[in-house]
Design a binder for this molecule. Structure first.
Ligand code: GLY
Length: 415
């Protein structure tokens, strides 16, 4: 997740966010552990947490001789088809005009080819469209209306991607948070300063009032009680949910793909890292594959997936290679914690020999929600990522506030 910059700049509540977080200007890094991940087995598939339920089928396909890219696409198609996963495909959170725009890319190691689509409307399985670009055109990347028309031409159906739940979350954002958009200079602007505290009211009280107001709004909009806390969270801290998957077979062939609905409530036309070959995904048949979920703008600036693969080519382990890419994001902010606290990034790294790693800038979204990587190498499992910094990126709620009981009851769908 990434916090809304306008909210961060503009609101008293967000100001308190900044001042109560780690006030050190320089980040405290955790010591790098000995590699806690497996030492290398083939075949293997790794992916983001939301792909875990689709790993069994994809692994069986891979083990039976299926192509590595097709195996990875089987995994990411699951969340794309799932209306309850609001980070990709059908049900993805929309842009600021309430239109779902999707991004995806793929790389096929054995044939050293790539495909990509950005800002696609009305087509659910954009990961498969990126493969179609790779197979049926002489191009690598198509965007916007042209990508949609291409998808229809090669047989993908046009469909409404906006679910009622995602529309209501957008409405909650629009009605109750409408000044907190993505216009105006961002955290990377050199003149950006943390705001001064404008209010004498205790900050936890301001948060409680705001959450209460949003809870009332969510109820009025008809958001089901068990999803209200999740909706509020998305409004206050618009997510950048995504899924990446890399797959390696027993012959050492390797491929990867990444797909997303991108940053929630983004400006129309905003394209993140996911469809950028070398940022959201990069695969080199000689070395390995890497992909990303998290703050797309930051990952583009460090060409994260390509950086990781090149690091491995020069001899770094998957863990070291991923950590180095995270360090480059930190360097871009001169280690300034007042900004880094509002960014997060997870990298999924797979080397050609089967060694892998999951690394993240922070340990999770909160103490209870640690970042993880899903793995299948014969045994399907979730493993906690190795974090560069201790603690959550921005705990939600950021204070020990009293969350209304009706929001806590049966609350699901919190990520
Ligand atoms: N990482 C997904 C995005 O920023 O769009």
């Amino acid at each position: 997740m990434s916090i809304s910059r306008r909210g961060f700049l503009g609101s008293a509540i967000a100001a308190s966010f900044a001042t109560t977080l780690n006030t050190n200007l320089y980040a405290q890094e955790l010591p790098l552990p000995a590699n806690p991940f497996g030492s290398g087995k083939r075949p293997i598939i790794i992916c983001a947490h939301n792909g875990v339920n689709y790993l069994d089928d994809a692994f069986a396909f891979l083990k039976n001789g299926g192509d590595t890219l097709d195996a990875a696409l089987r995994v990411v198609k699951g969340p794309e088809d799932d209306p309850n996963d609001d980070s990709v495909g059908l049900g993805g959170l929309p842009n600021e005009e309430c239109v779902v725009e999707l991004d995806a890319c793929c790389m096929h190691g054995p044939t050293r080819r790539a495909g990509s689509v950005g800002g696609v409307r009305n087509i659910k399985n954009v990961s498969l469209v990126s493969k179609a670009v790779m197979e049926h055109t002489g191009h690598v990347m198509l965007v916007g209306e042209g990508a949609e028309r291409f998808a229809v031409a090669v047989g993908f159906p046009r469909e409404n991607l906006l679910t009622d739940r995602s529309r209501k979350i957008w409405l909650l954002w629009k009605e109750y948070n409408s000044t907190d958009d993505w216009w105006g200079p961002g955290l990377a602007d050199p003149n950006w300063k943390p705001p001064a505290l404008p209010s004498a009211t205790p900050q936890s009280e301001l948060w409680e009032r705001r959450i209460q107001r949003l809870a009332e709004g969510a109820a009025q909009l008809g958001i089901e009680p068990e999803f209200r806390m999740a909706a509020i969270r998305r409004v206050l801290s618009p997510p950048t949910g995504t899924i990446h998957c890399s797959a390696l077979n027993d012959k050492g062939e390797i491929s990867g793909c990444t797909t997303t609905s991108g940053l929630a409530f983004k400006l129309p036309g905003r394209v993140g890292d996911s469809p950028i070959i070398g940022a959201g995904c990069y695969t080199d048949q000689d070395v390995g594959s890497a992909g990303a979920t998290g703050a797309g703008e930051e990952n583009i600036k460090v060409a994260g997936a390509h950086t990781i693969v090149e690091n491995m080519r020069r001899g770094m382990s998957p863990l070291e290679a991923g950590m180095d890419a995270l360090q480059r994001i930190v360097r871009n902010y001169n280690h300034d914690m007042t900004k880094l606290n509002f960014l997060d990034m997870t990298y999924y790294v797979l080397r050609k020999d089967g060694a892998y790693a999951g690394v993240s800038l922070w340990e999770g979204y909160s103490e209870k929600e640690k970042h993880s990587i899903a793995v299948h190498d014969g045994i399907r499992r979730m493993e906690t990522t190795v974090a560069l910094f201790k603690g959550p990126s921005h705990e939600f709620p950021p204070f020990p506030v009293k969350v209304p009981d009706e929001l806590k009851k049966n609350s699901v769908y919190v990520k």
